[in-house]
Design a protein around this ligand. Structure first.
Ligand SMILES: [Zn+2]
Length: 254
């Protein structure tokens, strides 16, 4: 009778842990607006100023046009434009890439408040993940349209205009919900991933131990739920072991 109660307790504790694990995943997806900002805006506005300067310098040699308005045949990126409905170009990295001489270093393309993006080592390897800034493209963007937005930092709201001027975000500016979620997700992902896994795994183990204890205490044939549960557990363990082996072993490539 005693082990029946222990078994029941284990089952409840296991379920609670599993639910907690799921709730934590939920918290992790929700946002924490208070601490998204890591450092001052200075690094970011400075980056944008340099980027603005690079665009203008590039334009001097190209009939006053920015790269996305100059054909690829003439060293631009016009044919590579991929504007989304929000006006921002999905191929910003390609537009920045042709301005490698003017930009001088790929580090300018990463905002200090962007936790995940790392600067490319060389412009030749520049990928979307090496760029924090959102870039507008289109024929209306040129120095004759000084107040048009050229680039935006989605992490702190600083804006670069076509005339090269940079407006710092207002103090109460908040990133769009989507960006905020992304910032929090990147910031806490490693930590949360571990906690959630620990909770869920210990929950499953407790649930299994509880069910087993209850069955032993009660006697009789093994309950069907326990048989199915054990089968699933065994499958997962075998798959995990196989996967770990696969990642550890390594293959002779040469
Ligand atoms: Zn920024």
């Amino acid at each position: 009778m005693n082990s029946l109660r222990i078994g029941k307790g284990c089952q409840i504790a296991g379920l609670v842990l599993i639910v907690l694990g799921i709730v934590l995943v939920g918290c992790f997806l929700a946002c924490r607006p208070s601490d998204w900002r890591r450092s001052s805006h200075l690094g970011c506005t400075n980056n944008l100023k340099q980027i603005g300067l690079a665009f203008r310098t590039w334009a001097i040699d190209n009939d006053g046009k920015f790269p996305f308005n100059v054909s690829t045949n003439a060293g631009g990126t016009m044919e590579l434009c991929a504007r989304g409905s929000d006006g921002f170009d999905r191929n910003a990295a390609l537009h920045f890439q042709v301005m490698s001489n003017e930009l001088s270093t790929p580090k300018l393309l990463v905002c200090p408040n962007d936790w995940a993006s790392k600067p490319a080592v060389r412009f030749q390897n520049l990928q979307a993940t090496n760029v924090s800034y959102l870039l507008h493209s289109g024929t209306n963007l040129n120095e004759g349209n000084p107040n048009a937005m050229l680039a935006l930092c989605p992490f702190d709201g600083n804006t670069l205009y076509c005339d090269g001027s940079v407006a710092a975000a207002k103090a109460d500016w908040k990133p769009p919900k989507r960006v905020m979620m992304e910032i929090v997700r990147r910031k806490y992902s490693a930590w949360m991933a571990v906690i959630c896994r620990v909770f869920m795994v210990s929950g499953v183990v407790l649930l299994w131990a509880g069910s087993r204890l209850k069955w032993k205490a009660k006697g009789g044939p093994k309950p069907i739920g326990l048989i199915i549960g054990e089968f699933i557990l065994l499958t997962v363990v075998v798959l995990l072991a196989a996967f770990m082996l696969f990642t550890i072993v390594g293959f002779a490539v040469r």
